[in-house]
Design a protein around this ligand. Structure first.
Ligand code: IVH
Length: 705
């Protein structure tokens, strides 16, 4: 059977790892298509389906989660809560060239299409291809009236309020020669410096960082709260236009000069050339300047200068015949591997990390790279002291492609993975599965006696999908652990008392805290003394129990007390154990590994002691039983288009709470299609299958019925 078709609950560990690799690759390609090429290859629904499968696998096999897990990349999914905007003229994408030959062919094609002589000169403009996201700005009587993202090229999102906060977007056009109505197009981007500062602030606040400036720009623009967009430094280069009430230039070059007069920032490296030799030289020139520009670019865009020619050339499918993007090769560099350090994760996995001699790759200083595991190191035969080829493909974490000086005489010995945990000295082993095949990961057997595992578990405990305590992130956990005030989860809820008992000064006097943030932190902790059953289970960080599994268990047991009592029984006798095991395995979605992991966790005396103390501090809310007597109970719903009164996520959550199933695609099993603004192909399909269509108003009315 095709890997893609195996239900998550039935995947073995090896298959799960392969499937995570496949999903990561697919989703990265889709992200690239969406954000880099701005040319989505797959529908939002299909993307969502991949994302959900990825999440479900990670939930079942938390230890298999990849360093480049798509779950951790931010800002990749378009939010559903902005109003949809139809573009008057479609926002196109660009064809790519990858070599000088491709460029020669491009110019030839243009000549042939226009019926020009072989020797006729075709002037082209050249400018950097900015690695950001396209934005459309409509001006009426010189005033900005609307800003919209590209979306799928036909329908984008209305981000007017956010665009108004961006300094390089004029609210009022300067000069007077602008058309009454004109739509200016260009690229929103974040400089590398602002990106680094933003990520530093995010780290400080204990939040997730953005993978690259493009994601950061997209995430910052798509904020429902425009004041957040304002606080992020975004910039804009104008380079194209859509609908206009009259012509305002006869060449691309003149048009860009006009943008400049009207108050827009235009790229300073925008030039115009008559010969192929000059066009190819400008590519090399921009490539050479790349790392000094201060913002990410990924190629050079060439456009036929004469607008009457652009008009005649028109476009094929979604790209103009009159423009092309000559892409840069992936950014690579060679540097020295200075050391291989071992990081110990929450479940004890030892991950080798390459410490590199710092080197600038495309404007970003790289000093670390993941080496994944010892088999990977052996396969590439990477040794300390080697010159290694590294590649940064848009993401922060670079890859090591291989060794470039492997035939050196004085090479170090092959890398040996430590057999004991570097943090606690316990043996580190590679486990074998039932079939006897060895795990690629080596794991510390120290459990909670290992400080690295304890810290990572604490970080997981307060993370977003678990206790989600505002102001308590990785940095604070490390500090509290180091001071000895928080070394186990329950200590978080005893923070003030433990600080006092350790004879430390009150938190408000600690460096980096202050009265206000100390109060806020105490309040945030208090606010989380009530927690849902599922979140609590996630927080415990039991192997193989991620979000999906925790939710499944909570829905099945409903009360924490019932669940806890059952699992305590498992520790009492062999008979009890078998009985609980059977109950667990009867739950749809719970497999052997998860069931055993649960039983083992609750069997462990250390864990039980910890729970006793922790449960004295907090209250666990029972899960709500899905309602069964509602019109939507047991029905399959499909949402399409944007809803105005609630986000898609909220709508899905409400439907699920009523016992409905929400599916991403329409089939004969669908009971209702709820159509928001801009729903397309799904509606047609629903119509052809005779499925009941509900408007947003119908949906809301029936929800409350
Ligand atoms: S021109 C009809 N110029 O690249 C041509 N696009 O791959 C419209 N991009 O959606 C685009 N820098 O987001 C143009 N100097 C530049 C660009 C640029 C970046 C982006 C833009 C577009 C995508 C197409």
């Amino acid at each position: 059977m095709d890997l893609a078709e195996i239900p998550v609950a039935e995947l073995g560990e090896a298959d799960a790892a392969a499937e995570l690799a496949r999903l990561a690759e697919l989703m990265q390609a889709a992200d690239r298509a969406y954000y880099l090429a701005d040319d989505p290859e797959i529908s939002d629904a299909d993307y969502d389906a991949l994302r959900r499968r990825n999440l479900a696998i990670e939930a079942r096999f938390p230890d298999l989660k990849r360093v480049d897990s798509p779950t951790d990349t931010i800002g990749v999914k378009p939010v559903e809560t902005f109003n949809k905007v139809q573009h008057a003229k479609p926002m196109l994408s660009l064809d790519n060239a990858f070599s000088e030959t491709d460029m020669v062919d491009f110019v030839q094609r243009v000549r042939r299409f226009l019926g020009l002589d072989e020797s006729a000169s075709v002037a082209l403009t050249a400018e950097p291809k900015i690695d950001g996201l396209a934005l459309s700005l409509t001006y009426q009587a010189g005033r900005l009236i609307r800003a919209a993202t590209r979306g799928d090229g036909k329908i984008g999102e209305d981000v007017t309020a956010n665009a108004r906060t961006i300094a390089t977007i004029p609210a009022q056009l300067q000069g007077e020669d602008w058309p009454e109505r004109i739509e200016i197009r260009g690229e929103i981007y974040m400089s590398q410096e602002d990106f680094a500062a933003l990520n530093a602030r995010e780290t400080e606040a204990g939040r997730k960082i953005y993978a690259n400036p493009r994601n950061a720009a997209a995430g910052s623009l798509r904020q429902l709260d425009a004041s957040i967009t304002k606080a992020r430094q975004l910039s804009f280069f104008a380079y194209a236009w859509g609908e206009t009430s009259r012509d305002f230039a006869n060449s691309q070059y003149a048009a860009v000069q006009a943008f400049k007069r009207w108050g827009f920032a235009v790229n300073p490296h925008f030039t115009r050339h008559e010969t192929l030799a000059a066009l190819l030289a400008v590519y090399q020139d921009i490539l050479a300047r790349r790392s000094g520009l201060g913002y990410d670019i990924d190629g050079v865009v060439y456009k036929v200068d004469r607008l009457d020619w652009q008009e005649r050339l028109g476009f094929v499918s979604r790209a103009p015949r009159w423009a092309i993007a000559y892409k840069f090769p992936a950014e690579q560099a060679i540097t020295r591997l200075e050391a291989i350090d071992i990081q110990v994760g929450r479940t004890g996995t030892l991950t080798p990390v390459a410490r590199l001699k710092p080197i600038t790759v495309g404007g970003v200083v790289v000093s670390n790279a993941s080496l994944h595991n010892e088999d990977e190191i052996a396969r590439k035969d990477v040794r300390v002291g080697d010159q290694v080829l590294i590649q940064r493909a848009g993401d922060v974490i670079p890859q090591i492609l291989g060794v470039v000086d492997a035939d050196r005489a004085d090479r170090a010995a092959p890398y040996m993975m430590p057999q004991t945990c570097p943090e606690c000295g316990s043996p580190a082993v590679r486990e074998r599965d039932e079939k006897g095949s060895e795990d690629v990961r080596r794991r510390c057997t120290g459990g909670l006696t290992c400080p690295a595992q304890s810290i990572e578990r604490l970080k997981h405990f307060v993370s977003r999908q678990a206790f989600d305590i505002e102001g308590l992130g990785a940095k604070q956990i490390e500090l509290f652990y180091e001071k000895g005030v928080v070394t186990a989860p329950q200590h978080i809820f005893q923070l003030e008392a433990r600080i006092a008992a350790a004879r430390l000064s009150p938190l408000a006097e600690w460096e980096g805290f202050g009265a206000q943030s100390a109060t806020k932190l105490h309040e945030a902790i208090t606010a989380r003394r009530r927690i849902s059953f599922a979140r609590f289970l996630i927080a415990l960080g039991i192997r193989h129990i991620g979000q999906t599994m925790a939710e499944t268990l909570a829905r099945s047991y409903l009360s924490w007390q019932g669940f806890y009592t059952a699992l305590a029984q498992a520790s009492q006798s062999e008979e009890g154990r078998l009985c609980v095991l059977e109950d667990l395995l009867a739950i749809d979605g719970v497999g052997d590994r998860a069931a055993h992991a649960l039983i083992n966790f609750f069997h462990n005396q250390q864990n039980r002691d910890m729970l006793t103390e922790l449960l004295a501090e907090i209250q666990i809310e029972d899960a709500v039983k899905p309602q069964e007597n509602h019109v939507f109970s047991g029905k399959t719903l499909v949402f399409t288009g944007g809803l105005e009164k609630m986000s898609r996520d909220e709508a899905k959550a409400r439907a699920t709470r009523l016992g409905a199933k929400v599916s991403s695609s329409v089939s004969s099993k669908t009971d209702y299609v709820i159509a928001g603004v801009g729903g397309g192909s799904k509606l047609k399909k629903a119509e052809s299958l005779g499925i009941t269509r509900l408007s947003e108003a119908d949906w809301l009315a029936m929800l409350d019925a």
